[in-house]
Design a protein around this ligand. Structure first.
Ligand code: ADP
Length: 327
């Protein structure tokens, strides 16, 4: 039995239906990514009890919590918009939802949480004196102080600037690892999800399109949507290469290299070769170039360490790095 089980959950709006099942193990860090409007926030709101589902069940440690009140679910939530109490200082905010009654223990726990979120000694600070990143860390400490069975985070870093986001996402993962809290993290930032998650669920039109580790989703995507949502690549219908073939060939730029225009299969027995391709763009990426090539009207992305001198080339791809996906 999984720790959090979402069974055939459905929530309908006029033009949108959320419809999914998923299972999360205790202590897992799961990210939910997907385009805007795919249902990520709706899913979190249903799990938290803010929105009632139309159908389906939510089980936490085997307890059916589907109809339970928000405050009785044991679920914590951190949002993008920080909802701290402005009239209370940092310490009072953190202690607001704490279960521990003993004053000394409450203070010790507060200090420990402030250290965990990287704000030691901040207890007496007023909320108005905090920067955006500090306030978000206090909000995180406050949600953890309530000892939730599971913590839901809805784009908690999206209003912060890039360096701070990077720093805080590492802090959130560190807190997860040291406390072992099960976390469900919604983000639109693929890189963020890749960096912190045990597994990632990709949402699309109210459904879960794929779920797996970052490596699985990137290297072995189960469909084209997942392939392109997890990174760049080239898609060519199989029927272009062999009449009547079905599916779409997909490969990542780093698996596609350029070779001489007359490259032949005796020199590259393990590769598929696309001859007569023309380089139309070369973007410098620090560690090399991402090349855009035209091959019979199809765009191919390839990688090269040096800037190629010739425009007319072949593209070679290791056969085992090519996925055949449903169109
Ligand atoms: P995401 O978080 O992935 O951006 P949301 O869960 O916010 O997506 O929204 C999913 C879909 O549900 C969107 O099409 C949105 O317009 C619709 N939606 C969300 N809330 C409501 C509502 N209260 N009434 C009608 N439609 C809604």
């Amino acid at each position: 039995m999984a720790f959090l089980e979402i069974k055939e959950l459905e929530k309908e709006y006029k033009d949108f239906t959320l419809s999914l099942s998923m299972a999360i193990e205790e202590g897992e860090f799961i990210s939910i990514i997907g385009p805007s409007g795919s249902g990520k926030s709706t899913l979190l709101s249903v799990i938290a009890g803010i929105l009632p589902p139309d159908r389906g069940q939510i089980l936490l440690s085997g307890d059916d919590i589907t109809g339970r009140r928000i405050q009785d679910r044991g679920i914590g939530m951190v949002f993008q918009d920080i909802a701290l109490f402005p009239s209370m200082n940092v310490k009072k905010n953190i202690q607001a939802g704490m279960k521990e009654k003993d004053r000394k223990k409450r203070n010790e726990l507060t200090e420990r949480l402030l250290e965990l979120v990287g704000l030691p000694g901040y207890g007496k600070r007023t909320i108005s004196s905090l920067s955006g990143g500090e306030a978000q860390r206090v909000a995180l400490a406050r949600s953890i102080a309530a000892e939730p069975r599971i913590l839901l985070l809805d784009e908690p870093l999206s209003s912060l600037d890039a360096p701070l986001r990077k720093h805080l996402r590492a802090a959130i993962r560190m807190i997860h690892d040291s406390l072992g809290i099960t976390m469900l993290y919604v983000t639109h930032d693929r890189e963020e999800a890749f960096a912190v998650s045990d597994r990632i669920a990709i949402m699309h039109d109210g459904r879960i399109e794929a779920i797996g580790t970052a490596e699985e989703l990137y290297r072995k995507p189960c469909n084209l949507f997942t392939a392109f949502f997890t990174g760049e690549g080239t898609a060519i219908p199989a029927s272009v290469l062999s009449e009547g073939a079905s599916g779409t060939l997909f490969f990542r730029p780093e698996n596609a290299q350029i070779a001489d225009p007359d490259a032949d299969s005796s020199s590259f027995p393990r590769h598929m070769i696309f001859r007569n391709a023309e380089i139309v763009s070369a973007e410098f990426t620090g560690d090399g170039y991402t090349l855009g090539l035209d091959w019979n009207g199809f765009q191919i992305l390839a990688r090269s360490i040096i800037r190629p001198r010739k425009k007319d080339v072949s593209v070679i791809i290791l056969k085992e790095a090519i996925e055949i996906l449903d169109s």
